[in-house]
Design a protein around this ligand. Structure first.
Ligand SMILES: [Fe+2]
Length: 241
């Protein structure tokens, strides 16, 4: 692992210039960005929409989730009442150029009959004291199995947002994203993610998957954002903001 990390860092350093050129309008957003400004009113609206829809059973949220589906050692799942314990904040990652306004409130993104591998993405949102956060709004978006983003279409295929339940849990049913060319090299399969709490953007990141052949050469990947996808398609991404 250390060898890979070293190699990755080397590649990142060597790719900074190229990556910057390739990504064009991509930007790394800082945590705790206020979403209240008029020009950014839509994410606020999105967040409110999903929060309001938290009790809508059509969201598909499973309120029976135990709140601890993951194996993330950084999380202390027994620390809900112990403010002395801290959780490690989830790492930021680049937003990329395909975020869209008006992301539909839905947990099922596998709606189009596409052929692909199932991805059942679930997790729990907590604060740094490890308390679960109810009604946090989680946005995800990713390329379709053919590696195409649908950010300019009315359907916004493979875009969705849900609100966390009382256990801080969220889940999405979708298909594994295709790998797309970024400049001269492929990016590993990844899911983009934003998290809002009380209308405020808390996190912009990406989710990666173990054993992707392009993980080691990707200039943007962060090791702590790599999760394991089981054969069933289940994958856990717990979030701390
Ligand atoms: Fe992407």
């Amino acid at each position: 692992m250390k060898k890979q990390t070293t190699r990755r860092k080397f590649i990142r350093i060597g790719s900074i210039g190229l990556g910057g050129l390739m990504l064009g309008c991509q930007k790394l957003e800082l945590k705790n960005t206020q979403v209240g400004a008029a020009a950014d009113a839509t994410p606020q609206t999105d967040a409110t929409l999903a929060t309001d829809a938290g009790s809508d059973t059509n969201l598909g949220l499973d309120t029976n989730l135990d709140g601890n589906p993951g194996g993330d050692a950084s999380l202390d799942t027994h620390a809900g009442a112990d403010t002395n314990k801290t959780c490690v904040e989830t790492a930021d990652n680049i937003e990329g150029p395909y975020y869209a306004e008006g992301i539909p409130v839905r947990s099922d993104l596998d709606l189009y009959g596409d052929v692909g591998d199932a991805l059942l993405l679930s997790g729990v949102v907590r604060d740094i004291q490890c308390n679960v956060i109810e009604n946090a709004v989680v946005h995800i978006w990713h390329a379709d199995p053919g590696a195409v983003y649908h950010n300019t279409t009315a359907e916004l295929r493979y875009y969705g947002q849900v609100a966390t339940d009382a256990s801080g849990a969220f889940k999405f049913k979708t298909l594994m994203p295709g790998r797309y060319l970024n400049g001269s090299q492929y990016r590993p399969a990844h899911v983009h993610c934003k998290v809002f709490v009380k209308g405020q953007l808390k996190l912009t990141t990406q989710i990666y998957f173990e054993d992707d052949p392009y993980n080691d050469i990707d200039p943007f990947i962060v090791d702590t954002l790599i999760i394991k996808r089981e054969g069933s398609g289940a994958a856990t991404f717990d979030i701390v903001v």
